[in-house]
Structure formats: C-alpha cells, structure tokens
Design a protein around this ligand. Structure first.
Ligand code: SF4
Ligand code: SF4
Length: 422
C-alpha cells in the first residue's frame, strides 16, 4: 500500500478558502478508447474518430505538477479507463505518492463479463488487488438501468450485471467498496419515461410520478446487487456543441427538456432521503434544491457558481491540454503541464450545465467560501434562505456519516441509521 506524502492539511485548506479558492480538482481523460456501445455517449465503439490516449510518462509529470500546485483530487476517466488498467493503477499510485489524496477511476464493467467461465473469481481477485494497491479513494462502476437487460443492451456488454453481482463480495473481501454510477436517462427504471407535453399538464404529473418510481427501482436494484455507495450523474445532452469531453449525445434517452430536468431533480430530491440510511448516496440535496430552482426559471436565490475553470479543470486525451471543464471546449487554457490554478483569474460565474462532477462539489463548497470571503452575505443567506442552509447542513452531517465516501472503508451502519426517514 502506498502512503500519501502529505494530504492537504486543515490549515492549508483554510488558507486556500481564505483566499477565495478551493482545493483543486482535475478530471484527466486518460483515453478516448472505449469498448462499449452506449447511445448516450459520443465515444461509443463504432463512432469513428481518431482516438488518443495520454502518454504515461507525461501524465506522471503532470501529476507531479498538479500536486505541487495544490490539486488534491484527480479522476482518471475515459473512454474506458480499465482498457489501460496497469497504467491507470500506476498513475493513481503515483498521484497519491506525489501528495494527491483523492484519486478516482471507474469502469463500464466489461471485465465482469463471462462470470460463468472458469477463472472468473481469480480474475476479479487480481483486479481488486491492483485497485487496492493503487490506493484509489473512489472506484465507480456505471449502471444505466434497474433492468439488467436494458443496461447490457445499451452498453453492448452482455452478462456484465451478473458478473458485477459476483464481483462485489470479492471487492469487499479486499476492503474496496465500489460506487455505482447512475447516468440518469429515460430508461433508469426499466420503463421508458414519457415526454412532458407543455400543452398537457397531466403529462408532467405522469413524468414526475414515473421518475420517482424509476429511482426507487434503481436504488432497490443496487441494494440487491450489494453496493453501499451510489452516485447520480445528471443527464448531459446538447452540451455537445463545443464540448471537448465527448460523453454527451443528442439521443432521446438522455435528452430532457428544462421542465423534465426540473422534475428529475425534484424526484431525486424526494427519493434520495428514502435511501440515505441504507446506502451512502453521494447526491447532495442542497445541490438538487439549487438545480430545481435553476430549472424552474422563476428567479429566487441563485445556485452557487460552478468552480469549473477556477479550481476545477478538465484535461483532454488528445493533446493533454487544460479546459475549464469537459464542456467549455472553446476555452483552451493551454498545455496542462503549464496549468497553475493560483494564476487563473476567475471568469464570470458559470451555470451553463449540470455536470454533477463539478456542480455538486461547487454547491457544497459555496457556503464555505462565503464564510471566509463574504461572511455578511452568508449571514444574509442563513437568514433569508433557510431551506437551502438546512439542506446544506444536513448534507454535511450526512457526508460525515458516510465517511466522506471513502471506498476503502465499509459503511458505518449505525451512523447511517440516523438518517432513516421519519
Ligand atoms: S459512456 Fe463510458 S462506457 Fe459508454 S461509450 Fe462512453 S466512455 Fe464508453
Ligand atoms: S457549469 Fe458546466 S459548463 Fe459551466 S464550468 Fe461548470 S461544468 Fe463547465
């Protein structure tokens, strides 16, 4: 096991907050290669374009640079990161040794296919050993639907869910608790979510009811599978114009109108607390409340601005260049090796999309930044927006009960039980 050199001390974190900055986070697209067929993604196999993968030595240098410049969290994403399992594990271990304590990667689960073939358990043990040795803080597995057949058909990965179910106890034996990543879509619950017709209010009611049902089905399925950590990725569609990260598409399965997005966030807001005592649910209710208000378009308190391009960045696989996020592809910040967040001048507040990787932590960190930079504004918010502040404080207490979603520790059932619905 590799020990981190020096995770960000509380004092250093406070110093950074006092300067109006958050500890840095960088999503590194290690590869554009993928072996899955997901309709919701431009990197699906069969989509022909020249696919790139980062050079390992250059990525090591990048990690050293990022660590020295105060980045505390890196995600290795793809494409499919585990097509480069050894390289990604070596890089995650390198990042930790360099002083980046929060390292993440994930998979579409192709390695879980063939669960009935001889040697499956041995393969999964070997995989778990590698991931544990890399010291990963988070390891996610994508799942699109409560219905395994729908998920596997969409991904083009037959038998993956059965293998996942067999693999999870092996991971747990090794002390690794993978998170399941739901990319919200119309087939999350198994049955297709109907469209909202703005001329017919009853279609909105039907959508809202079915969205709640879909989420219940999904959370029950992941409990059955044996997960203890779950995250929801908000649908990304229409961001493809100018996106540098191709994990988006215009397919109807993830294209939602503003009203539909609003109902999806409202459904999550209602359903998430029903499972907080049984699963470690990453999705913060304060962020959902902010997104509900934003998509309602009725004014009122604004969401916290996204920290993309300020403290959070995206590095592409094509040229190892830095961007404010995966979607502002028109704003090339130059070679990632030269990225220095301390010298970035924050641009106008961005709330252009709902990329959960950046929006959720931005929302959670917003009041902390205000505490140090604009205490009077925070006091005003405490008094004037009690609903948000109540959710935010509860989220913080809940995150603590979840062990800050550290995949290397099992769920604390006693702590989670305090969040059982009344
Ligand atoms: S969503 Fe992930 S697994 Fe699916 S095609 Fe895109 S990169 Fe591959
Ligand atoms: S809101 Fe979306 S587009 Fe804007 S910086 Fe954040 S992730 Fe990027």
């Amino acid at each position: 096991m590799i020990k981190p050199r020096s995770p960000l001390s509380p004092l250093a974190a406070i110093g950074r907050l006092a300067r109006g900055r958050l500890p840095g986070q960088v999503v590194i697209q290690f590869t554009e290669r993928c072996n899955a067929a997901c309709v919701q993604c431009g990197m699906r196999r069969g989509n022909e374009f020249a696919r790139c993968t980062l050079d390992v030595e250059a990525t090591r240098r990048l990690l050293d640079v990022l660590a020295a410049r105060g980045v505390v969290s890196v995600s290795f994403t793809g494409g499919e990161p585990l097509l480069h399992l050894d390289e990604v594990c070596a890089l995650a271990a390198h990042a930790r040794a360099a002083g980046i304590p929060f390292t993440r990667t994930g998979t579409n689960g192709f390695l879980f296919m063939g669960a009935d073939k001889p040697g499956f358990a041995r393969r999964v043990h070997a995989l778990a050993e590698k991931l544990v040795a890399a010291g990963l803080y988070t390891f996610w597995v994508s799942l699109d639907s409560a219905d395994p057949a729908i998920h596997e058909a969409n991904r083009g990965l037959p038998g993956m869910v059965r293998g996942l179910e067999k693999a999870l106890p092996i991971f747990h034996e090794h002390g690794l608790h993978p998170a399941v990543n739901l990319g919200l879509n119309r087939l999350t619950g198994g049955q297709r979510l109907p469209a909202i017709d703005p001329e017919r209010p009853e279609t909105r009611e039907a959508f809202a009811a079915q969205a709640r049902l879909a989420l219940h089905r999904f959370y029950l399925r992941v409990l059955d599978l044996g997960f203890s950590i779950v995250n929801a990725c908000y649908p990304m569609s229409g961001e493809d114009a100018g996106a540098v990260y191709q994990a988006t598409s215009r397919d109807d399965v993830i294209s939602f109108s503003r009203a539909e997005k609003h109902e999806l966030f409202a459904a999550l807001y209602d359903v998430v607390p029903r499972y907080r005592h049984r699963l470690r649910v990453f999705t913060p209710k304060s962020a959902l409340l902010a997104l509900m208000r934003e998509t309602a378009g009725e004014g009122g308190p604004a969401a916290n601005a996204c920290r993309g391009g300020v403290d959070f960045f995206f590095v592409d696989a094509k040229g190892m260049r830095a961007f404010p996020c995966g979607y502002r592809g028109g704003e090339d910040l130059g070679p990632a090796l030269e990225l220095d967040p301390a010298h970035i001048t924050p641009s106008a507040a961005c709330r252009a999309c709902e990329w959960e990787c950046f929006r959720d932590p931005s929302e959670m960190a917003g009041p902390l930044l205000d505490l140090f930079r604009r205490p009077l504004a925070l006091a005003g918010r405490l008094a004037g927006d009690r609903a948000f502040m109540r959710e935010w404080l509860t989220d913080l207490a809940y995150y603590r009960a979840c062990g800050w979603f550290d995949a290397r520790i099992p769920p604390d059932r006693e702590a989670l039980a305090r969040f059982a619905p009344a």
